[in-house]
Design a protein around this ligand. Sequence first.
Ligand code: FAD
Length: 568
Amino acid sequence: MPTSRYVQTVPPPADPYAGDTLLRSWLTARLGSDGHTAAAARLTALAADATGPLRAAHADAEAHPPVLRGFDAWGARVDRIETAPGWEALRQAAARHAVVALPYQAEARRRWGAGARIVQHALLHVYGPESATFSCPVAMADGAAALLSRPEVDPAVREAWLPRLLATDPEVAVTSGQWMTEAQGGSDLARSATMARPAAGGSWRLTGEKWFCSAADSAVAVALARPEGADTGSRVLTPYLVPRYAADSPLAPARMPADWPAPGIRVHRLKDKLGTRALPTAEIGLDDAYAVPLGDPAQPGLGRMMTLVVVTRLHNAAASAGGMRRGLAYARAFAAARHVAGGRLDTSPLHRATLGALAVDTAAAFVLSGHVFALLGRVEVDGDADAAAELRIVAPLAKLATGRLAVAAASELVEAFGGAGYVEDTGVPRLLRDAQVLPIWEGTTNVLSLDALRAITREDAAKPLLSRVDGALAGAAGPVADALSAASVGLREALAAVVADPYAAGVIAGARGLALRLAHALAAALLIEHAATGDEQAAAAARLWTLHRLAGRDVSADLHTQMELLTG
Ligand SMILES: Cc1cc2nc3c(=O)[nH]c(=O)nc-3n(C[C@H](O)[C@H](O)[C@H](O)COP(=O)(O)OP(=O)(O)OC[C@H]3O[C@@H](n4cnc5c(N)ncnc54)[C@H](O)[C@@H]3O)c2cc1C
């Protein structure tokens, strides 16, 4: 008799828009029913792509990481980065679905106003997890577009590049790199050694070494450099736009303008990274590289660069939340198909509580990331000063808290699949690999905690956050209100100690703990706010997040009984 071999049923891919009840209720609450309806066709089309061709493109890009060809067959230096067809398909999809462009489009701003950024956040939530981290060039292109939109930027430079960054025609669209980190200083930008000197016709030349340049295949990059004669320190560093290819190079994409000189750029090597494997991250040498300043190099430029950095930090939060949601949906589908101890895995109270806990954290990450995009929209479209003040503290907090949640969730998700979670072609291991970068780039947890501390002490930046927590308290009751109220009192005490002696070693040592407490209280407030719109999933998540994270209560029994509601 032939032996029978057990084959596990494949967990079906969930539709990331139709199947995400929290995303849908968030869009209705934030955009109104009509606003949500107006976005539905886009999101449905993107979700269909994400569960079909983009998933295949993702697998192809991961399986065929980029390769650097230093020289051509005849010995000419070409520094060509070859990427997989899947990577190109992901680039084209990002352009077609306007993942970068939408919040800049006049039509979108007319339709959704400040909510155009909320629609973009939803697009990223759907696109990011199936993008093989093409979400990184998307983030940097958006950051570059925001920087180029600033009034200080030469209109001719803006007109040459902004339409390309915002193009929805894949033949025209380009992405951007962001070259800040140098080997001697990533977090410590004051140590930046790349120099800029003025050249003819208003252009400049950059010389130096950049240590981590992701999306190095992009047509353009924004590089930080110190203008000749400028002071030491980081404030004076200036953002320059650097075209990556010479216009007459056979490697220059058809979408390059024709009048750029040879760029003076050397790609030394590609990094061999833990994750983000499809994404080319290079070490790049600049030798009198052609560049144009973004704003007046005589004026301190780091503030201008922060326009770009804030946008990429927000994208990082969206990537954290999106990856968590994708992994949760996959783990839930697996648990419905897997049998253990005589029953389906998703009937085990213990595994249900595990999935429920992941769902609560996923909901918290979602509202944090959704909220920062909503704030950014209000700043950009309405010039809203209150939103700008809140964004100052919430941008670093949302980035750091979601990054840490994403790494913890990814580890749990791998375990939720048992051995299959450790096997490459299930697609699960990359969730963990790709999550681990989220707390590192765009500011590590420590660096962002110190940034939040500076904002608190110099700009009284915690005020809008505490107001939001107080506002949520008014809508809370019972043990949730007690937990949030106690958290608010505790935070006020901790903030008073910070303001009293901001440079005390104990205050600095506690910066990360304080930042996480602030972010967790904010997530509780946002979940409570959203629950008030009638969303039962948000109400359950708000209660369990607040009791567990803010009051340290064991909520396992509720996580088990409410698993279906929580996972959406
Ligand atoms: C996959 C990947 C892609 C990247 N892509 C890009 C890119 O496209 N462009 C770019 O510019 N950079 C990029 N980076 C670089 C990234 O932004 C830096 O690695 C990051 O900013 C940290 O800098 P560092 O590596 O110099 O580490 P360091 O700054 O040396 O940090 C080392 C440790 O010290 C801690 N630390 C640093 N300063 C302080 C402080 N003041 N107080 C307490 N603790 C501190 C940090 O938290 C960290 O744990 C990328 C990195 C990765 C991993």
